[in-house]
Ligand binder design. Structure first.
Ligand SMILES: NC(=O)c1ccc[n+]([C@@H]2O[C@H](COP(=O)([O-])OP(=O)(O)OC[C@H]3O[C@@H](n4cnc5c(N)ncnc54)[C@H](O)[C@@H]3O)[C@@H](O)[C@H]2O)c1
Length: 385
């Protein structure tokens, strides 16, 4: 199969690297020559490092890079069998690209979008044959992150879905299938990791360092929420939260936080600006957490149960299978355990009781328990086994 990648930025360059590594002739297109030059340099640098590490020989490096055609002409994609679009997140631009591409490629060519937040149905609608369009959502960095969310739009044919999934599976990725709804699986289910941590901070229960400590030391997460938001960038993470909130018709469960908004407005974006929730300037000491185990476990459980509730509700609303929901969170964002498996271990009734306690205390819709958890508690069933 010949692969086309549209947009040679962070994601496009990474996806082209994966395709070429797995033996495909790959066209990497960008409208801007400087973006193409940058992607070329990035590939050289990455493969030089891989050669130094002994992962590839010089010949293999030349072979892989040799499979990539760096192009400023969309026409170069005309012989591609699968084209993955990864341009900036603008609906009008993506629609124009899909309509231009359709006029160019073979009738059976599959057209995919790497969008994180737009509806795949709306992008597919730009094509006369929208059955050939689907979402193929990689995580950053694409060559390293194992998870890929496969997103059929309501228009996508079964055959296109199966073919596209088979290609991505052959790239040794872990694929999950998700409904075309805001945030797909990962960016939907993960919202409370940030949102509930921010809420706990805002209520004055604990500071950033203590919340991060609880999630890492007691929960086994690789990074704490504040560390992670500083890593992603508060501007980027806040924008995702705001767009998910709007996309869910302002469901209170996804309400953004003023703390993050102010950090973003102040330019305290995180590591990239030298200061976020933490100050990364040289010589500045990091704040010490309060290692009170009772407090730590309370923090961990409150965030965990909100994540579990989100995962259960995603299953309740048929966003994905229970297996795929758990896989997505462990392979896409490195959670130490699948959330539904965690729910089984913690006890479904315990989850319901905690959510009901929070709901009664705050009288906020944010804490409403998923009907699925409630039903399972009543029937005394588990997600697995
Ligand atoms: N960065 C992430 O973490 C991430 C993760 C998953 C998905 N995504 C999605 O992937 C897509 C790309 O994101 P990114 O982070 O790589 O962005 P980026 O800004 O790094 O790259 C976008 C590229 O699109 C190019 N571009 C702009 N206008 C174009 C046009 N008219 N024709 C062709 N190319 C054009 C730009 O020159 C740039 O090279 C977005 O839809 C984003 O939502 C991003």
């Amino acid at each position: 199969m010949n692969i086309g990648v549209i947009g040679a930025g962070t994601m496009g360059a990474g996806i082209a690297q994966v395709a070429a590594t797995f033996g495909h002739q790959t066209v990497l297109f960008d409208a801007f020559p400087e973006a193409i030059e940058k992607a070329k340099k990035t590939h050289e640098k990455i493969f030089n490092r891989l050669v130094e590490k002994g992962k590839y020989s010089e010949e293999q490096k030349a072979e892989i890079i040799g499979r990539i055609t760096y192009s400023n002409q969309l026409e170069d994609c005309k012989n591609c069998d699968l084209v993955i679009e990864a341009v900036i997140e603008k609906l009008d631009l993506k629609k124009k690209i899909f309509s231009d591409l359709e006029a160019l490629v073979k009738p059976e060519t599959i057209l995919a979008t790497n969008t994180s937040s737009l509806s795949v149905a709306s992008i597919a609608a730009a094509c006369k044959n929208s059955e050939r369009v689907l979402g193929i959502h990689f995580f950053n960095p694409a060559p390293l992150m194992p998870l890929v969310e496969i997103v059929p739009a309501i228009q996508t044919s079964k055959e296109v879905l199966q073919k596209a999934k088979a290609v991505i599976d052959s790239w040794k990725k872990v694929t999950v299938i998700t409904k075309d709804t805001p945030g797909f699986i990962v960016n939907r289910v993960a919202r409370p990791f940030y949102g509930e941590a921010l809420r706990i901070y805002e209520e004055g229960f604990a500071d950033f360092a203590t919340i991060d400590w609880a999630m890492k030391e007691l929960g086994g997460f690789k990074m704490g929420p504040f560390e992670l938001m500083d890593f992603i960038g508060n501007d980027v993470n806040y924008a995702v939260t705001e767009s998910v909130f709007a996309a869910f018709y302002y469901d209170q469960r996804y309400k953004p936080s003023f703390t993050q908004k102010r950090h973003s407005e102040a330019g305290w974006l995180g590591r990239k600006s030298g200061r976020g929730y933490y100050n990364y300037a040289e010589g500045v000491e990091m704040p010490q957490p309060n290692k009170d185990e009772k407090l730590g476990n309370d923090i961990l459980w409150r965030i965990q149960v909100m994540l579990i509730n989100e995962a259960a509700d995603a299953l309740y609303l048929n966003i994905a299978t229970k297996e795929d929901i758990d896989l997505a969170m462990t392979k896409g964002v490195n959670y130490p355990k699948g959330l539904l498996q965690w729910a089984d271990e913690k006890g479904i009734q315990h989850c319901v009781d905690t959510l009901d306690r929070l709901h009664n205390e705050y009288l906020e819709d944010r804490y409403r328990c998923s009907p699925l958890l409630r039903k399972m508690a009543k029937e005394n069933t588990k997600f697995f086994g």
